[in-house]
Write a protein that binds this ligand. Structure first.
Ligand SMILES: Nc1ncnc2c1ncn2[C@@H]1O[C@H](COP(=O)(O)OP(=O)(O)OP(=O)(O)O)[C@@H](O)[C@H]1O
Length: 722
C-alpha cells in the first residue's frame, strides 16, 4: 500500500502531518526567535534548566514560502493542482524547462546526460550584496564591486584552511526546551561548558531502595553546540569548510541524526541554501566561465523504497551499472542558478515528505530525506556535451532514531518501518566507520540508504554528522542513545588522533561517572571543587573513581542499571560488532576474544589481591611496632579495603553495562539480518560468558568478605598483643 494512504488509514484523517516549513528557513543568525518560539534559558546549574515560558510555542505549522497551508490532509500535499502550480512557478521563474518525465535521473551524476536545460543560465541573481553570502570573501561595504583578486586571495587562504578538513566530523547540537516540556516542568539535563567540545548528561536514576541519584555521563566530540547557537554558526562549523573542496572532486555527506523532535529538520533545512550560496559565489568568482553548473535533486527513502520529492513522490528505482555505479532511474535533477529556486525546490520537497503520527511524536518524519547538490562541469565550455560530475554534497535528514523503538505502536507496518530505520542507521554507522578506517570492504549493501550513498563514500569523501539532542529529562534515554551512536561513529576513527585522545579521556570520564544521591547534586554544573560531580575524575590507581565519588556500595547485591552506562560504550560495542562480522566463520573465536576483552579487569583484580595478600602477610610478621604504627597500618588496610570495594563495585557495573550493550546490539543485529540458528547459538554463548562473569563477581564478593573477616581477626589479635 502506498505510504501516504497507509498512514491515513492507520491514523485517521488528522494523523497525516504534512511537513510544514519553519520560519527559520535560511534565517540569518539562525532564526531562533526567543520572543515567539522558545523560552529563554535560565541557568539552574546544569547549564540551562529552562524555566518559564516566554511566549507561545513555536509551531511547525507556520506557513511560508508559498506552500499550501493546513497541512492536514493528503490532498493538500499531493494535489495535482498544487504540484502543477508549484512546478510552473519554479520553471517560470528560473527560465528552466520543465524536467523531462523520462529524464534518466541517474544518481551516478558523472554519467548523467541532462536534458533539463535548453539554454545557458544567468549568473546568480543573488550575489555579493546578500548579507548571508559570507564565505571566503565576506562582502565589504561595496561588496558588489569587490575585486576578484581579493576574493581569490581570501579563497586561497580558505583553501589552506580547508585542506585539513577532517574526513569525518561529529558535531552535537542541543535544542532549547520547548513550551510543552517547560509546561511539564521537565528539567534540562544537558550541561555544555562554553568553549569546550564536551557535554554532560545528568541522568536521574533510582536505586533499589527508591533513593534518587544522578548519574553523570560525559562525552566529547569535534564540536558541541548549545541551544543558543544559530543555524548560521552550525553551518560555519559543519558544511562551510567542505564547500571549496567540492570543486576538487570531493563528495561530501552531511547528515542529521537524533530522536524525533530533536531538531534535525530545523538544523538541516537551512544548510543546502547556505551551501549553494557559497557554491554560487565560488562559481562566480573563482571559477568564472569555467563551465561549472549546479544541480539539485531531492528524494526520500521510506520503508526501503525511493520516492522523488520533486516529482510528486514518483517511485524510483535503484540500479547498479557494470562499474558498480549506483544509478537512480527516474530521479529528476534541476539545474539551478539562484538560491531562490533552490529554496522553492526544498520547500516543495519538504512538503512532500512522509511524516505521520507515532507513539513518540505527532509530527515525526518516517523517512530519510536526501537532498543533493551536484557540481558539474561541461567539457570545453560546450553545452552540447554532457556535464560531468565534479563534486557532490548530500544532505540527509534521517528519520527519527527512536523509530525502531516505537513499541507503543502495535501497528505491524509501523514496527517494520522502525526496523528498516534501525537497519539503515546501523548500516550507515558501519559504513562511515569502515570508510574512516580505510577498510577495504565498505558494507554498502547493509541498507538502501547506504547503497544509495555509495558513490558518496568512495574516493575522496567527507562526512559530517550532526547529532541533534533534546534537552528534557523525558528524552534522557534517547539522548544517551544518540550520543552513543555519535560516539561510536567516531570513536575508532583512525585519522583523528586528537579525537581519539578525547574519546579516551571521555572513556575515562564516563567510567568515572558519578552516581550520587540526588540531594547531593549541586545546582552548579561547573561549580566549585566541593561539588561531588566535579571531583568525578579523581580516580584510584586503576582509573576507577574513588569511593567518595561512587554510588554507595555497602551492598554487593546485583542491582540492574537499566539505561545509563558507566562504561564507555563505544569500545565494547566496537569489539562486539567487529567480532560479530566474523560470526559465521569463527564463532568460537568471537566468544574467546570477547572474553579476552573483559579479562583485563580480572587480571587487575588478581594483581590487586596479590598485593593485598603481601601487605596482609607483612602485617602478620612479628614486629616491635608500637600502637601508633599499628594505627597507621589500619589506615592502610582501610584504604586497601576501600579500593577493593571500589574495584568490585566497578567490576559489577562493568558487567551490568556490558550486558546492556550486548542486549542492545543484539536487538539491532536481529533486525539487520536473520542468520537464524547461528545467531541464536551465538547469543547463547554470549549469555553463558556473561553468566560466568557474573558468577566471577559473586566469588570476588565472597573472597572480599573472607578477607574482611581475616583482617578483623587479625586486628583483634594485634590489639590483644598477640
Ligand atoms: N535549535 C533550535 N532552536 C529552536 N527551535 C528548534 C531548534 N531545534 C528544533 N527546534 C524546534 O523543535 C521542533 C522540532 O524540530 P524538528 O522538526 O527539526 O525535529 P526533527 O528532529 O526533525 O523531528 P522528526 O524526526 O520528527 O522530523 C520544531 O518546532 C523546531 O522548530
Amino acid at each position: 500500500m502506498h505510504a501516504v494512504g497507509r498512514q491515513m488509514q492507520r491514523s485517521g484523517s488528522t494523523s497525516y502531518h504534512q511537513r510544514q516549513l519553519s520560519d527559520n528557513f535560511l534565517e540569518p543568525g539562525g532564526g531562533f526567535n526567543k520572543n515567539n518560539k522558545w523560552v529563554q534559558s535560565q541557568d539552574f546549574g546544569l547549564n540551562g534548566y529552562n524555566g518559564g515560558v516566554q511566549g507561545p510555542r513555536y509551531s511547525k505549522n507556520v506557513q511560508k514560502g508559498g506552500i499550501a497551508s493546513g497541512g492536514g490532509n493528503q490532498s493538500s500535499l499531493t494535489s495535482p493542482s498544487m504540484s502543477r502550480s508549484s512546478s510552473m512557478r519554479l520553471y517560470g521563474s528560473s527560465g528552466l524547462a520543465s524536467p523531462n518525465e523520462n529524464s534518466p535521473g541517474l544518481f551516478d551524476l558523472s554519467s548523467f546526460d541532462t536534458e533539463l536545460l535548453s539554454e545557458a543560465l544567468p549568473v546568480p541573481s543573488k550575489c555579493l550584496d546578500d548579507p548571508q553570502l559570507h564565505l571566503f570573501a565576506k562582502p565589504t561595504n561595496d561588496s558588489r564591486c569587490m575585486p576578484e583578486n581579493n576574493l581569490q586571495k581570501s579563497s586561497s587562504a580558505e583553501k589552506d584552511r580547508t585542506s585539513n578538513v577532517a574526513k569525518i566530523k561529529v558535531v552535537v547540537r542541543k535544542r532549547p526546551l520547548n513550551k510543552r516540556e517547560v509546561a511539564k516542568t521537565e528539567e534540562d539535563i544537558i550541561a555544555i561548558e562554553s568553549n569546550t567540545n564536551s557535554l554532560s548528561v545528568h541522568e536521574k536514576k533510582f536505586k533499589v531502595d527508591l533513593t534518587e541519584y544522578v548519574e553523570r555521563h560525559e562525552f566529547f566530540y569535534d564540536a558541541v553546540l548549545n541551544e543558543n547557537v544559530s543555524n548560521e554558526e552550525v553551518y560555519s562549523e559543519t558544511v562551510e569548510p567542505i564547500i571549496p573542496i567540492l570543486f576538487e572532486r570531493t563528495k561530501a555527506t552531511c547528515f542529521a541524526y537524533g530522536q524525533t523532535g530533536s531538531g534535525k529538520t530545523y538544523t538541516m533545512q537551512p544548510l543546502p541554501l547556505k551551501a549553494s550560496q557559497d557554491i554560487f559565489r565560488l562559481m562566480q568568482y573563482n571559477y568564472r566561465n569555467q563551465g561549472y553548473q549546479l544541480y539539485v535533486s531531492f528524494f526520500e527513502i521510506y520503508g526501503g523504497k525511493l520516492f522523488d520529492l520533486l516529482n510528486d513522490r514518483k517511485k524510483l528505482c535503484m540500479r547498479e551499472d557494470g562499474k558498480q555505479q549506483v544509478c537512480i532511474v527516474g530521479l529528476q535533477e534541476f539545474r539551478v542558478s539562484d538560491v531562490d529556486i533552490i529554496k522553492e525546490l526544498i520547500e516543495r520537497g519538504n512538503a512532500t515528505r512522509s511524516t505521520g503520527t507515532t507513539g513518540a511524536n505527532e509530527e515525526s518524519s518516517r523517512s530519510h530525506a536526501i537532498l543533493q547538490l551536484a557540481i558539474k562541469k561541461i567539457a570545453d565550455g560546450k553545452e552540447t556535451k554532457p556535464a560531468r560530475l565534479v563534486g557532490k554534497l548530500s544532505f540527509i535528514d534521517l528519520a527519527g532514531s527512536e523509530r525502531g523503538a516505537d513499541t507503543t505502536d502495535n501497528d505491524k507496518q509501523t514496527r517494520m518501518e522502525g526496523s528498516e530505520i534501525n537497519k539503515s542507521l546501523l548500516a550507515l554507522k558501519e559504513c562511515i566507520r569502515a570508510l574512516d578506517n580505510d577498510q577495504g570492504h565498505i558494507p554498502f549493501r547493509g541498507s538502501k540508504l547506504t547503497e544509495v550513498l555509495r558513490d558518496s563514500f568512495v574516493g575522496d569523501s567527507r562526512t559530517v554528522m550532526i547529532s541533534c539532542i533534546s534537552p528534557n529529562s523525558g528524552s534522557c534515554e534517547h539522548t544517551l542513545n544518540t550520543l552513543r551512536y555519535a560516539d561510536r561513529v567516531k570513536s575508532l576513527s583512525k585519522g583523528t588522533s586528537s579525537f581519539r585522545k578525547d574519546t579516551l579521556s571521555s572513556s575515562l570520564n564516563i567510567r568515572s561517572s558519578t552516581a550520587l544521591p540526588l540531594s547531593s547534586v549541586s545546582t552548579t554544573a561547573s561549580g566549585s571543587s566541593d561539588n561531588p560531580i566535579e571531583v568525578a575524575n579523581v580516580s584510584n590507581r586503576f582509573g576507577w573513581p574513588k569511593k567518595s565519588e561512587m554510588e554507595p556500595s555497602e551492598s554487593f547485591t546485583f542491582e540492574r542499571v537499566p539505561n545509563g552506562r558507566v562504561l564507555e560504550s563505544s569500545s565494547t560495542s566496537q569489539v562486539f560488532l567487529d567480532k560479530y562480522k566474523g560470526r559465521i566463520e569463527s564463532q568460537g573465536d568471537v566468544v574467546e576474544d570477547y572474553y579476552e576483552h573483559y579479562k583485563k579487569p580480572c587480571e587487575q583484580d588478581n594483581q590487586f589481591q596479590t598485593r593485598n595478600a603481601t601487605q596482609t602477610n607483612a602485617k602478620h610478621t612479628p614486629t616491635s611496632q608500637g600502637p601508633a604504627k599499628k594505627s597507621h597500618s589500619d589506615e592502610e588496610v582501610d584504604a586497601i579495603l576501600q579500593e577493593e570495594n571500589d574495584l568490585v563495585n566497578a567490576h559489577r557495573k562493568l558487567i551490568e553495562e556490558t550486558m546492556d550493550i550486548v542486549r542492545e546490539e543484539m536487538n539491532l543485529l536481529v533486525q539487520v539480518d536473520s542468520p537464524g540458528n547461528q545467531l541464536d547459538e551465538y547469543i547463547h554463548k554470549l549469555n553463558v560468558i556473561l553468566s560466568q562473569k557474573a558468577a566471577g563477581v559473586v566469588q570476588l564478593q565472597n573472597r572480599l568478605g573472607q578477607f574482611r573477616s581475616h583482617l578483623h581477626e587479625y586486628n583483634i589479635l594485634a590489639s590483644s598483643g598477640h
